[in-house]
Design a protein. Structure first.
Length: 579
């Protein structure tokens, strides 16, 4: 809903325009009023304003001075000057801005409504056509490397909502082909200067990054991704031949290994940095990069003696020490389950689970949770470290969520004592997986009930506040300030929970209060108008008739006649009884 602020030092003009635009539901405007430039500035500091309809000639702060304040606070705001000054020289400064227009006060109300309608339509059109998106696209080159790294890291960590497509590669200007398998290299700095400050550490990492880029960019297509103090390098030949798994690929791999050795030597000689690399032995299709990435990440910690600056190829290590990177179990299904758990520990799966829990996305949460619980349930050895790691990673974020929202006792009432950190009570990892499912379901149920309770309490408070302050400012901004919520958010929540708009509730409360007051024959109509939030009896009468079909006076007269008839019927009944 767009927000319109009407400003003029003549109260009669402000009140009239306020009532006109507040009654035009098709415009979907949240209308505010101010009787001075100072009061208008207060509104600018309280909430976003989309349209300002203002006089120019006002004391203390005139319209042109107000315009400067408006654009300081809300640069996208549109201004309509309503002025008695017809001299072009006076308004020339104002109309130089593309978001400013003006009307003379001698114009009729239909013209004013037309200009406000056109301005509101222009704002909505700008939002719809995505001017902000286009502007972001124009400036995207400023952060292109950041976007490239974030996208590729999501692919490598197995985010199933991110896919490798030609459109995405083209949009991000990636120098790689989505149709060509990629060689993955994982590297890390062996030593970090612990006493160095943050910027020194960053410089250390970026100096190595530039060294890698310098060596590889001439002969290979590559992208270097930084993830803390580790590097992931995605490599493709400059010229692609179909059989990358044959002799041509072997040549590319041998060349790459040679370049990595040179990088290690140069980093040590010129930068005094030791760096290690692990390299995939086979080209990897884009839909399989997550597994290769996880395997290489595990391999990067492999050491032979105390040697630093290692360069390992995964299949060569398999041949040297098969037991180090394969499960001791001979059971194929359990071995596969372990590999899945290992891959997930290096992915962003746990981070996704936390996000879905925090945002209440139950379906997506359990869909992702099953990816970890299914392989966990297959593991037979209760002392399996991978299973313990997977269980604890889920347990820790659930425990953190429960502590932050004070859910422990409520969960205890539903499931009994919480056993998140005690795996000894489970007979198997399958039992542990079942417990995590039940606990997660309980957390979501409590989350929903707590959210419902908070919403109900907030709405009850707002409704009571409205009923008790009908004669005061009941703008969306003021109401939102009572419950410390964003105005738009409050409006959506109220509609979602009550199935009616806030304005509908306010109007109904005003009508109800007005009817109660009209029964009192001694109370003047203009006094009743003020008590239900209307400046004038005329505005109140128009409002009352629109909602009830009769004027306040007609309603009062009808009530008086009904009361007299009731009293007369009661007297007659009493007479009959006496007889």
């Amino acid at each position: 809903m767009l927000r319109l602020l009407i400003v003029d030092n003549e109260e009669i003009i402000v009140n009239h325009l306020f009532e006109v635009f507040r009654g035009m539901e098709h415009l979907a405007l949240d209308v505010y009023k101010a009787y001075s430039g100072e009061e208008a500035i207060e509104w600018l500091h309280r909430t976003r304003i989309d349209i300002v309809l203002t006089d120019i000639d006002m004391p203390n702060i005139n319209g042109l001075q107000l315009m400067e304040e408006i654009f300081k606070s809300w640069p996208q705001c549109k201004i309509i000057f309503l002025t008695g000054h017809s001299e072009f020289s006076y308004i020339y400064k104002a109309i130089q801005h593309p978001d400013v227009s003006y009307l003379l006060k001698v114009e009729d109300i239909d013209k004013v409504i037309q200009v406000v309608e056109e301005t509101a339509s222009k704002i909505r059109k700008e939002i719809k056509t995505g001017d902000l998106i286009r502007e972001a696209k124009e400036n995207i080159h400023m952060a292109l490397e950041l976007f490239q790294e974030d996208y590729l890291l999501s692919l490598l960590k197995g985010n199933k909502y991110v896919q490798a497509t030609k459109d995405q590669f083209d949009q991000l200007s990636l120098p790689l082909s989505v149709n060509v398998p990629v060689i993955i290299v994982v590297g890390k700095l062996d030593t970090i200067i612990e006493e160095a400050d943050y910027m020194q550490k960053i410089q250390q990492v970026y100096s190595v990054r530039q060294m890698i880029k310098r060596y590889l960019s001439v002969h290979l297509k590559s992208v270097i991704i930084l993830d803390h103090f580790r590097f992931t390098i995605l490599v493709q030949p400059k010229e692609y031949k179909q059989d990358l798994t044959g002799e041509y690929y072997e040549q590319t791999l041998q060349f790459l290994k040679g370049m990595l050795e040179s990088i290690q030597q140069s980093c040590m000689d010129k930068l005094n940095h030791s760096i290690s690399f692990t390299v995939g032995s086979m080209p990897t299709k884009w839909n399989e990069v997550a597994k290769q990435y996880a395997d290489l990440h595990s391999l990067i910690n492999y050491r032979i003696g105390s040697e630093r600056s290692i360069l390992l190829v995964d299949n060569e290590v398999n041949q040297k020490d098969e037991q180090l990177i394969t499960s001791e179990s001979s059971d194929y299904e359990e071995n596969t389950a372990e590999q899945k758990l290992l891959a997930m520990t290096t992915s962003n799966l746990v981070s996704l689970l936390e996000q879905y829990l925090e945002s209440g996305q139950k379906g997506k949460y359990f869909e992702e949770l099953e990816q970890m619980l299914q392989p966990l349930a297959i593991i037979k050895n209760k002392n399996n470290l991978l299973a313990q790691q997977a269980y604890c990673s889920i347990s820790m974020y659930l425990l953190s969520y429960m502590n932050r929202w004070g859910l422990h006792e409520k969960i205890k009432l539903k499931l009994g004592e919480v056993h998140l950190l005690n795996t000894a009570i489970f007979h198997s990892w399958s039992d542990a997986a079942t417990y995590l499912r039940e606990l997660s379901m309980c957390v979501f149920d409590l989350q929903k009930s707590e959210q419902k309770k908070r919403a109900d309490n907030m709405i009850s408070f707002i409704q009571d506040f409205i009923v008790n302050h009908l004669g005061e400012d009941l703008s969306l901004v003021r109401l939102s300030e009572q419950v410390y919520l964003n105005p738009s958010y409050l409006s959506r929540i109220f509609k979602q929970e009550t199935k009616r708009n806030l304005t509908e509730f306010i109007d109904a409360a005003r009508i109800q209060k007005a009817k109660e007051l009209l029964v009192n024959e001694n109370m003047r109509i203009n006094e009743i108008a003020r008590q239900v939030g209307y400046e004038t009896a005329t505005s109140f009468t128009r409002f009352f008739k629109n909602l009830t079909g009769c004027s306040p006076q007609e309603f009062r007269d009808a009530q008086i006649i009904r009361t007299k008839c009731t009293a007369k019927d009661g007297s007659l009944a009493g007479a009959v009884i006496d007889d």
